[in-house]
Design a protein around this ligand. Structure first.
Ligand SMILES: Nc1nc2c(ncn2[C@@H]2O[C@H](COP(=O)(O)OP(=O)(O)OP(=O)(O)O)[C@@H](O)[C@H]2O)c(=O)[nH]1
Ligand SMILES: [Mg+2]
Length: 474
């Protein structure tokens, strides 16, 4: 998808398609001003004299103008903003037309711009041009997309930090350190025959291990970055009738699932999304787990297990009104998933002492550290809601380093991972004192991967992966 950069002037509607108070049409390229001038009265007055055109308009200033078609028929009244070459998002000459948000009007204006010589932009082409004109690197380009797509506070914050260049700065420093190491290794290959030691091996190992320490932190941030962007997937599991559907309804604040005193009510997986305290959660309620002959229920239980495998976290629910939890305990240990929390529901039905006794008993049977590991909840008490979300968040991981560099795209992760592996290999070689040539080879690979993260090196495949998900007009 390598676009014919810079030569053509592109245009697109940058606001959502549909009816709105205003809509913004963006025109970018070497002829943005002259093409727009053919339909903007305020611009066309000066257009007759090419020399005065530029001098009549100041960058970053908005001008009120009538918009007409190429035959002079009025279409709308609009505000036209001019960004000079080198001073816009794309780095090119840009005109933004803020017109009335009618699909008919925007369609007409776009049509006239095309007739006047502009080309309809491909999705992501404005950002692509910004990248090509060194206005942003690839991590920042990806963050533009994340920012557009962000639906909650944490996701927006991570994307904004990337756009500001936090990740880029860290990767740039790694590139510079790695370049130093590579240069010294290459020099030592040249000088080794003359018996000159260019760099102390232990110093080199130390530097490389430090680079890998930073890379490791970045790699770890990916998991949190992904959860923040996509949401934490939580599955409610447990025996029939323990209150899973009631808890789902409490968490989603919506009577989404059917609740009855009959065991085996939920047959299918029911899920919903909710934002709580700036984080997105996708919660699914499942069929209660038990031995049954009921054909529908058997399928439902099978789906519960599949759902458990997809989840980032399992919420295993116990029932405080039960007398024994043998079956529940067995199920809780049977289902293998890295992260679990345990809820003791219907806590409103038993005394505090009794509750503590049960929590202690369950925690002992599960081999946990104590009663506090089993969260007492009640689907009938609103306070349980925030307690459950807090327990999920803390069980899933560290989200307090949101202020640091967080990577959130699989592309960035894969490149960082490869770089990490190559550096580890070169450290091994250095420690084993095998040939410096191998070390240089691995370090070159590692460096290339880091450069690909920022787009200092790129190919069609990388470009496709970054820009294919963009929407029109960005
Ligand atoms: N007192 C009390 N009753 C609850 C609580 N949670 C659920 N119940 C009741 O327990 C019964 C079962 O609740 P559900 O939410 O349908 O249970 P479930 O785990 O989804 O059951 P299945 O779908 O059959 O697996 C209903 O009568 C609920 O009103 C609670 O915290 N306190
Ligand atoms: Mg249910």
């Amino acid at each position: 998808m390598m676009w014919n950069r810079n030569e053509q002037t592109i245009c697109a509607i940058s606001t959502p398609h549909g009816v709105g108070g205003i809509a913004v049409i963006r025109v970018s390229g070497p002829q943005a001003l002259s093409i727009s001038g053919r339909i903007c009265k305020r611009l066309s007055k000066s257009l007759s004299n090419e020399e005065t055109l530029q001098s009549h308009f100041q960058s970053h200033r908005a001008y009120f103008s009538e918009i007409h078609d190429l035959k002079g028929q009025k279409i709308d009244e609009a505000v036209v903003t001019y960004f000079a070459h080198g001073k816009s998002f794309t780095g090119e000459e840009v005109i933004e037309i803020s017109c009335h948000g009618s699909p008919y009007i925007t369609g007409q204006i776009l049509d006239q711009l095309v007739q006047a010589g502009a080309k309809i932009a491909e999705p992501g082409e404005f950002t692509y041009r910004a990248f090509m004109n060194n206005k942003l690197d690839l991590v920042q380009a990806e963050s533009v997309l994340s920012l557009i797509e962000s639906r909650n506070k944490s996701a927006a914050k991570v994307a904004l930090r990337q756009l500001e260049g936090h990740v880029s700065k860290e990767v740039e420093e790694l590139i510079s350190d790695l370049t130093w190491c590579l240069a010294h290794i290459e020099a030592s290959i040249d000088f080794i025959e003359q018996g000159i030691e260019v760099v102390d091996t232990s110093e080199l190992i130390h530097k490389l291990e430090k680079i890998n320490g930073t890379l490791e932190k970045l790699l770890q941030s990916y998991e949190s970055g992904r959860l923040i962007k996509d949401g934490i997937k939580v599955a409610l599991l447990g025996e029939p009738n323990v209150g899973k559907s009631s808890l789902l309804n409490l968490l989603l604040q919506n009577d989404k699932a059917i609740v009855t005193p009959i065991a085996g009510t939920t047959r299918d997986v029911i899920d919903g999304e909710i934002i709580f305290d700036g984080m997105k959660y996708i919660i699914s309620d499942t069929a209660g787990l038990r031995e049954t002959q009921d054909e529908v229920e058997i399928i439902g239980i099978d789906r519960s297990r599949q759902e458990a495998e997809k989840a980032d976290l399992l919420c295993f629910v116990f029932d405080a009104t039960e007398k024994e939890w043998q079956r529940s305990l067995q199920m809780a240990t049977e289902i293998q998933n890295s992260k679990k929390i345990f809820l003791l529901n219907k806590s409103d039905t038993v005394s505090a002492d009794e509750l503590y006794r049960i929590q202690d008993e369950i925690s002992m049977s599960l081999g946990l550290s104590g009663a506090q590991e089993i969260l007492a909840t009640s689907a009938r008490e609103a306070t349980s809601r925030s307690h459950i979300f807090a327990a999920i968040k803390s069980a899933v991981g560290q989200f307090d380093y949101l202020d640091e560099a967080v990577i959130s795209s699989s592309r960035q992760f894969e490149q960082a991972q490869y770089s990490f592996e190559m550096i580890s290999k070169s450290v091994d070689e250095l420690k084993n004192k095998t040939g410096a040539e191998f070390v240089a080879l691995y370090l070159k690979e590692a460096l290339l991967s880091l450069q690909k993260i920022l787009g200092q090196v790129y190919d069609d495949q990388i470009m496709d992966r970054v820009f294919k998900e963009f929407c029109l007009g960005k």
